[in-house]
Design a protein around this ligand. Structure first.
Ligand code: SF4
Length: 380
């Protein structure tokens, strides 16, 4: 039997959905007319992008997800993962009640009362024996995280661990150390896009993919540093790099920008502190030095640095998710080096460069009107 890859599967899914629409379109529309159909604006929770969607309910049951064209993140386009959200809601294996492991190692349902009673008793024992800091609340960050953080703090522990510690904390801290905050990329207008390890087409953020596709259509140069040939590498030039070599590569790019006087002097003079120390410290990180850490020829680094300078300020090193191509011991420094290259290109605030989002004023829990109900869904 022929092997079916993911792309074929998605294509087949599209064909099957199309065929169904042709065959069943009329009866379905008639059925819909009779059904009580509601479109509820909400956010997709299938990944952290939290695209704006409508949950379409027919007789109280979610039958499909539609994109919300007014939402700035996805502009009306949910991805395949988001479209699958409705099936996750009604998955027979979805946990809908507390479970407790029995002596035979299997999980059995218990009542909420029993769960609260047992968890509360154990938490009190831990606090009495070891102090409140012994509690670590670990979870994937979600829309309930404000409540779990509040719970952890009320218990007396500062130890709330979420997605960031296992994913993007290096990047956030590295970029914040240089710029004071985490910038994002003006993908739509970029002219030279360097991605150290980010695979935008594999870990999709719909709005960013659409924006980079526009830049590509306008002739943007896309360069991907990655040990493997990712989907995004197919959009431009793939430069295979040794794992954890991003720091060395980015330092060497900074070396070329500074020693060949290609950096944005005006931007640096106006905004940067500590440039003289950087200039002195970067001398040792030559394109030749980086070769041993990256397997990338020195001349290639020089060529890329010059191209980036020529395209600046619409030239950008993508902070990505990790600041470099993975979760390595030098990830924080790789993120900082990427931020420094961006600063040397003077792209912060420029069209096609990095941008800082305006702050949105947030309310407090005291602003929630009395009697408001927070409905976290349910289903099943
Ligand atoms: S990118 Fe896809 S999975 Fe993530 S929030 Fe948007 S629609 Fe949902």
């Amino acid at each position: 039997m022929a092997e079916l890859n993911r792309r074929d599967f998605l294509k087949l899914g599209g064909v099957a959905a199309g065929a169904l629409a042709v065959d069943l379109g009329l009866p379905r529309r008639r059925a819909q007319a009779a059904a009580d159909v509601r479109r509820v604006p909400t956010l997709c929770e299938m990944c952290t992008s939290r695209c704006g969607v409508f949950a379409v309910l027919e007789n109280g049951r979610v039958t499909r997800i539609e994109g919300n064209p007014d939402h700035p993140t996805n502009l009306g386009r949910p991805c395949a993962r988001g479209n699958a959200g409705a099936s996750a809601l009604y998955d027979p294996d979805r946990l809908k009640e507390p479970m407790k492991r029995g002596e035979d190692g299997k999980l059995y349902p218990i009542t909420w009362e029993q769960a609260f009673e047992e968890i509360g008793t154990k938490l009190n024992q831990i606090r009495n024996l070891h102090g409140p800091e012994a509690l670590v609340f670990a979870e994937y960050n979600n829309l309930n995280s404000a409540l779990t953080k509040r719970f952890t703090e009320s218990f007396g522990s500062p130890n709330h661990v979420g997605h960031a510690a296992n994913c993007f904390a290096n990047r956030n801290v590295g970029y914040s150390a240089v710029f004071g905050a985490l910038p994002s990329v003006d993908y739509a207008n970029v002219k030279f896009y360097l991605s150290p390890g980010r695979n935008l087409l594999g870990g999709i953020k719909v709005s960013e993919v659409a924006a980079l596709a526009r830049a590509k259509a306008n002739g943007a140069r896309i360069v991907v540093l990655d040990p493997r040939h990712s989907e995004l590498a197919g959009w431009g030039e793939w430069i295979p790099i040794k794992s954890a070599g991003d720091l060395a590569f980015l330092l060497a790019v900074a070396n070329v920008l500074i020693t060949e006087n290609l950096y944005n002097k005006e931007w640096i003079d106006t905004h940067a502190n500590g440039f003289d120390q950087l200039k002195e410290g970067i001398l040792q990180y030559t394109p030749e030095w980086q070769e041993q850490h990256t397997d990338i020829p020195a001349e290639k680094v020089r060529q890329l640095a010059r191209e980036m300078a020529a395209a600046a300020p619409a030239a950008v090193v993508d902070p990505g998710w990790h600041g470099g191509n993975g979760m390595y011991w030098n990830g924080y420094e790789a993120a900082r080096a990427g931020a420094i290259v961006n600063a040397l290109l003077g792209n912060l605030g420029a069209k096609g460069g990095l941008k800082l989002s305006p702050k949105v004023a947030q309310g407090t829990i005291d602003d929630v009107p009395e009697g408001a109900v927070v409905d976290s869904g349910g289903g099943g």
